[in-house]
Design a binder for this molecule. Structure first.
Ligand code: AMP
Ligand code: GLY
Length: 423
């Protein structure tokens, strides 16, 4: 098979790395890819939103399957466009991807179909939102831009003042542009976070193992939200009871809900959950693998991934003989970011020490934002730069391998959290 992966981050590096190991696969391309992906796939310089050129490439190269990594092209309808041209795609349609692209839609969906969620309220008008805050002065609230904001549009507000500021930043100063012209305000939930992902083919789900992301920028879960600073799999809070509950009450429920809403869901459905004393609650749905959760998850996924991707795209997951097998050992991933991220940062700095890291099946440096110069030098090219991922007997041992590798790597302004995997 010939497979094209769309995207150019750590998640896509992990996808290309995993797909390239499949005996069914003769060729992997990645559009646009990055400096690290070039080691496992051929990078083609086509942007993820350049639908016409992606389609032309698939036709010319007779691509058998397109795997879409990021949410932006999914929400713009890349799956629909390629499918209309007769190309097989792993990833939800535009309407189905709205489960991530519109937090307001996601909340309505949960309400209509009794999917356990925090209390929430949707606003587009500043005065109405401020009046609402006035009536909820003493509550801890979370203010979210409804549209896509690269993981940065969620503002956890400790008091009335910060909630007012968050609301004004979205609805008055336009901090998140059109994505923040509608907001969702939610009750703040306390508990342990868990990410549960499932492969979906419209009717059937194949749940993956659990993972836990670390979204805050600074150690001790302080600082602003980011795309993700690190992840571990399995998630400490995911006991068998919680997992069963999430599978039946959240994932299966959501798949049925999407059919009823006329938006059958194919691809990866990602539920970000807070496990509260009253049970798990959905914080968000994403329409794709998480980044960086994909890195530890795919490292632990022992089976060939490709038959699962094809069956999800074909609507035949129920025909597979068995579910995937998993490496029982835990995996961890630590993301190194550019100084300043998630706010403004500079790029173009040389990354040193990559050759000193000994990679093997249990340790891989997945590149997130890098480019490779013709002379082989690797430069930083994004906020999240690379994500070192390792698996070992214990989470601690996996993390020790990640941090030992990071000790050897350096670039100007490099920063990472030292407390990934700690509760
Ligand atoms: P989201 O992108 O909606 O998952 O939000 C990003 C992060 O903000 C989550 O991983 C949580 O850490 C935090 N968060 C979001 N919604 C809530 C909530 N209702 N209560 C507490 N924390 C939340
Ligand atoms: N790491 C969280 C996300 O991909 O949305």
């Amino acid at each position: 098979m010939k497979i094209l992966v769309v995207g150019g981050g750590g998640r896509e590096h992990a996808l290309c790395w995993k797909i390239a190991r499949s005996p069914l696969v003769e060729k992997v391309w990645c559009a646009p890819g990055n400096g690290g992906i070039a080691k496992v796939a051929e990078c083609v310089p086509i942007g993820v939103e350049d639908f016409a050129r992606l389609e032309a490439f698939c036709r010319e190269q007779r691509v058998d399957l397109v795997v879409v990594g990021p949410e932006a092209p999914l929400c713009l309808g890349l799956t629909d466009a390629l499918q209309a041209a007769g190309i097989k795609v792993f990833g939800p349609s535009r309407l189905a991807a709205e489960i991530e692209g519109s937090k307001a839609f996601c909340r309505e969906l949960c309400r209509r179909h009794h999917i356990p969620s925090p209390q929430s309220w949707t606003f587009s008008d500043l005065a109405t939102a401020l009046a609402f805050l006035e009536g909820h002065r003493d509550e801890r609230l979370v203010v979210k831009a409804s549209g896509l904001a690269a993981g940065k549009g969620v503002l956890v507000c400790d008091d009335y003042d910060s909630a007012r500021k968050a609301v004004a930043s979205c609805l008055e100063s336009g901090a998140f542009g059109a994505a923040g012209s509608q907001i969702v305000i939610e009750e703040f939930l306390e508990g342990d976070e868990v990410s549960m992902l499932a492969l979906c083919d419209g009717r059937t789900i194949v749940p993956l193992e659990s993972a836990k992301d670390h979204k805050r920028s600074l150690e001790g879960d302080k600082g602003p939200n980011t795309g993700g600073m690190g992840a571990i799999s399995p998630a400490p809070a995911a006991n068998p009871r919680t997992i069963k509950h999430v599978e039946s009450q959240v994932l299966v429920q959501a798949i049925h809900a999407m059919v009823q809403e006329g938006r059958p869901y194919r691809g990866i459905l990602y539920a970000g959950l807070m496990v509260t004393p009253l049970g798990p609650r959905v914080l968000e749905f994403n329409a794709r693998f998480g980044d960086p959760e994909a890195q530890p998850l795919l490292m632990r996924f022992e089976s060939d991934l490709v038959p699962f991707l094809v069956a999800a795209a074909d609507g035949s997951l129920d025909k597979l003989e068995s579910g995937p097998t998993w490496d029982a050992r835990p995996a961890a991933c630590v993301v190194a970011v550019s100084g300043g991220y998630p706010e403004a940062y500079s790029t173009g700095f040389e990354i040193h020490g990559l050759d000193d890291v000994e990679e093997d099946d249990d340790l891989v440096v997945f590149h997130s934002g890098t480019t490779r110069k013709p002379d082989g030098t690797i430069l930083t090219a994004g906020g999240r730069v690379l994500s070192v991922t390792a698996k070992a007997k214990t989470v601690r041992a996996a993390l020790d391998r990640c941090y030992a590798a990071l000790d050897k790597i350096s670039f100007q302004g490099m920063r990472y959290r030292r407390d990934i995997g700690q509760r």
